[in-house]
Ligand binder design. Structure first.
Ligand SMILES: Cc1cc2nc3c(=O)[nH]c(=O)nc-3n(C[C@H](O)[C@H](O)[C@H](O)COP(=O)(O)O)c2cc1C
Ligand code: SF4
Length: 519
């Protein structure tokens, strides 16, 4: 009988040599006449253990990791195909690893478990139950369930998904669209990618449900250009879903239609901003559109359009499968459900941690992340991508909840948590924020286009000790102008990392730094 092995085909595992591990397994299997079936699954999100190889045994799946190609002969010698404990890379049952065991995985429940290319495997793991439930409901009832669940957009702004859908549903139009924002440009984030590579049918399902809810028959997934594997997985999943009747002109004989296409993004951070994304999808340069009109009323090709992040759309399949009440029972305050946090930067155990809202930053970074990778003291954490605020240690007890983060002058964004140790120069990080904005600005409005370049210059003057007090006042004034006068959140939020660095780490702005002196 064939022994079944799971080896992630996820980009993180590929970057760490998963293909070489597969090759080594095949070579050894041939030489030793072993009958192996190797399934390329998604990642479980424990990146320091990738590539994590799992073998199916009568006692369940047993994991070994991080495995390199050169480990394979030794693993075979130690009888890993029977789940033997002897090898030093033995991890036991993956679901018993505390990092995974202590999570509340709803969105990521299947990721790393199923074969992402096999629709039958998805169905066997409760896939398409949400869609089947949705088919029996009128659109308004689906919108009501999503509203009732308390789901808020996971792309950054935390806007209530049900309200957005209701706006589109109540528009009369000959054509409406569902657009999935899979541009995932935030630093330290990878949750969208993991879903697309590890559980792509869930996104297809969420989008088909969204289409039924608002009366849209066509959808697009705008996939970040740096995600070729995710793009391929989504294209394969769309083809399979069409073949099996979960997409197409008559979904599961319901009389409801939904067509889906994946498109590659244009490779600019601003293309993740929803109106720029629409321009880009229409084949134009990614420039921000002035609002109003909202995309919900006049979006893709001028038609009513739902734009949602990957994580928002996949959460919908859980909500329709298990009910709004079930989903709502996770979380705190007005932040309901779970949030897939992404631990990155200088952190010992980087990876994906899905928890109900309300876990503190400290718990995420220390209980899951194990502190800094360097072993040096933690100094700063940037939450919510390149436009997110930097928090010092004193703010680490802030719960991860939209309102609590805003009260601490930060934002949760897409859930990226990037850790820095005490070697970080925060004046340089503030400069980086302005420089990033200058490079990524679409150029449509002056506060962002010109302000960001002036911001780099003024921070450089402070860093070099040139009239520091006068330039700090100027920097504060510039930040206010960008905050109040920018057309979109790229220029409007860049002051967050800058001002938080000045507020929490003033000592870095009080002296010419070593690096500044060397420039
Ligand atoms: C500069 C900029 C970049 C953004 N990038 C992304 C992105 O990569 N992915 C995403 O889902 N939302 C991104 N957003 C937020 C989108 O504009 C929009 O709010 C989101 O797609 C709405 O989906 P949601 O309600 O499900 O969060 C970005 C916003 C700005 C201002
Ligand atoms: S804030 Fe920047 S990115 Fe946004 S519209 Fe203005 S110039 Fe473009």
């Amino acid at each position: 009988m064939s022994t079944v092995l799971y080896l992630p085909g996820d980009s993180a595992a590929l970057a760490l040599g998963a293909d070489e591990v597969e090759h080594a397994l095949k070579v050894e299997a041939l030489a030793r006449k072993l009958d192996l079936t190797i399934i390329r699954n998604g990642s479980r999100g424990l990146f320091w253990l990738e590539p994590m190889l799992e073998v199916v045994t009568p006692a369940g799946r047993i994991a070994y990791g991080p495995v390199t190609a050169s480990d394979i002969p030794g693993l075979l010698a130690d009888n890993f195909l029977h789940g033997d404990k002897n090898h030093p890379l033995y991890l036991g049952k993956p679901e018993e690893i505390p990092y995974l065991k202590n999570q509340e995985r709803l969105t990521f429940a299947r990721c790393g478990i199923i074969d992402p290319t096999d629709i039958e495997d998805y169905i066997a793991h409760d896939g398409y139950r949400g869609l089947k439930n949705a088919i029996g409901l009128p659109g308004a009832a689906i919108v009501e369930a999503v509203t009732e669940s308390g789901l808020r957009g996971r792309g950054g702004a935390g806007f209530p998904t049900g309200i957005k859908w209701k706006t589109v549903a109540s528009c009369a139009a000959d054509q409406k669209y569902i657009v999935c924002n899979a541009d995932e440009g935030d630093s330290g984030t990878f949750a969208d990618r993991m879903i697309m590579e590890g559980d792509p049918f869930q996104l297809v399902e969420g989008m088909a449900i969204a289409g039924m809810a608002v009366g849209a028959t066509k959808g697009f997934i705008y996939v970040r250009s740096e995600y070729p594997h995710a793009f391929q997985r989504m294209q394969d999943a769309i083809r399979e879903a069409n073949r099996a009747g979960f997409l197409g002109p008559d979904i599961l004989n319901s009389g409801r239609a939904f067509q889906l296409e994946a498109r590659l993004g244009a490779g600019a951070y601003i293309c993740g901003e929803e109106t720029s994304l629409l321009e880009s999808l229409e084949g134009k340069r990614g420039m921000v559109r002035a609002k109003p009109p909202l995309p919900a009323l006049k979006g893709l090709f001028g038609k009513p359009t739902v734009i949602n992040n990957v994580l928002s759309l996949v959460a919908v399949s859980t909500i329709l499968e298990k009910g709004a009440e079930f989903y709502k029972n996770f979380g705190m305050g007005r932040s309901r459900g779970t949030m897939p946090l992404q631990l990155a930067g200088n952190i010992k155990f980087g990876g994906l941690v899905e928890k109900a809202f309300g876990i503190t930053l400290r718990q995420a970074i220390y209980d899951f992340g194990g502190g800094t990778a360097s072993g040096r003291p933690l100094r700063a954490v940037q939450i919510g991508g390149p436009l997110g605020a930097y928090f010092p240690d004193a703010l680490l007890d802030t719960p991860l909840d939209y309102e609590a983060m805003a009260a601490a002058k930060g934002m949760l964004g897409h859930g990226g948590i990037v850790v820095f140790d005490d070697s970080v120069d925060m004046a340089l990080q503030a400069r980086f924020a302005m420089e990033f904005c200058a490079i990524e600005s679409c150029g449509k409005c002056t506060p962002c286009r010109i302000g960001s370049t002036r911001g780099v210059e003024v921070i450089d003057r402070i860093r070099h000790g040139i009239e520091p007090e006068k330039n700090k006042v100027l920097l504060a004034d510039l930040c206010d102008t960008m905050l109040d006068g920018s057309l979109c959140a790229l220029g409007g939020l860049t002051p967050f990392p800058v001002q938080s660095a000045v507020r929490h780490f003033p000592e870095d702005f009080n002296r010419p730094t070593k690096q500044a002196a060397a420039e």
